[in-house]
Design a protein around this ligand. Sequence first.
Ligand code: A3P
Length: 291
Amino acid sequence: SLAWVAALSRDYTWVEGVPFLSTTTGDLGALRDGFVVRDGDIVTVSYPKSGTTWILEIVHLVHTRGDPRWVQSVVSWERSPWLEKATGVGGINRQADPRFYTSHLPLHLFPTSLFTSKAKCVYVMRNPRDILVSGYHFWKTIKIAKYTESFEVYFEKFLQGEVPFGSWFDHVGGWLQMRGKENFLFISYEELHQDIRASVEQISRFLGTELNPEEVDSVLQHVTFQAMKENKMSNFSLLPDFLMDHSKGCLMRKGIAGDWRNHFTVAQTEAFDRVYREKMAGLPRGLFPWD
Ligand code: A3P
């Protein structure tokens, strides 16, 4: 509605120390306590810019056994609504089982019913340096996000967690507490790049939808960077103009691992490493392909 559009602003809403965009529901507490996760639900969770849309495309194509009609005819945010958006729960409740939904919520704000359910949850991770670069370019296009023309300023804001959905370190540190649970799959953007076939097979095993080699081939054909850049149902080109300034950039920007090397100065590289070492000190070694 118009009232809803008028309420959109670039200001963050802070909830329990986390800055949210104005499209996020006004009552995250009610969502956390009231939303009932079902055993059959398939939930994709990530920190923004981790490769969420890529994983969604794979999950949906695995579900249809490589048949592209669904991903080519329904926009990604209707195939898998954002749980925390004001309109999210309505969209989710209109789905038949299995329900698919997506979330950028940190663990401590996620509906608690997830933790006693058998819902399958895919958590997507990516080198935070590349997430920083991807977000710097992406938030400029989003009309309801704060942005800065200066990479130096954005770099500091990212390290302080003063970016949409808060600190990457807290997000990953929170969700990684779920590792080892059989209904959680932790997968990284870098693994997808390294071996996309093995990743698709891993996701299909996790979802309980074993595919034959021809079906895997079809999934692979439709999840290349080029195929997804051209799929208007997945490339955000249909995101309305009041939310996205399509003249300022696009979702499918570069699609590579390691682009941070083209952006960080030597001093920024060292500053990032210092914060990273300090914030990640509590986690075991070897969890991430970029370390
Ligand atoms: P870049 O900005 O580095 O290009 P999210 O969906 O979480 O917002 O993540 C978006 C990032 O994933 C963008 O990164 C985008 O290009 C990348 N991406 C999306 N689909 C991809 C694909 N099929 N192959 C490689 N990268 C992809």
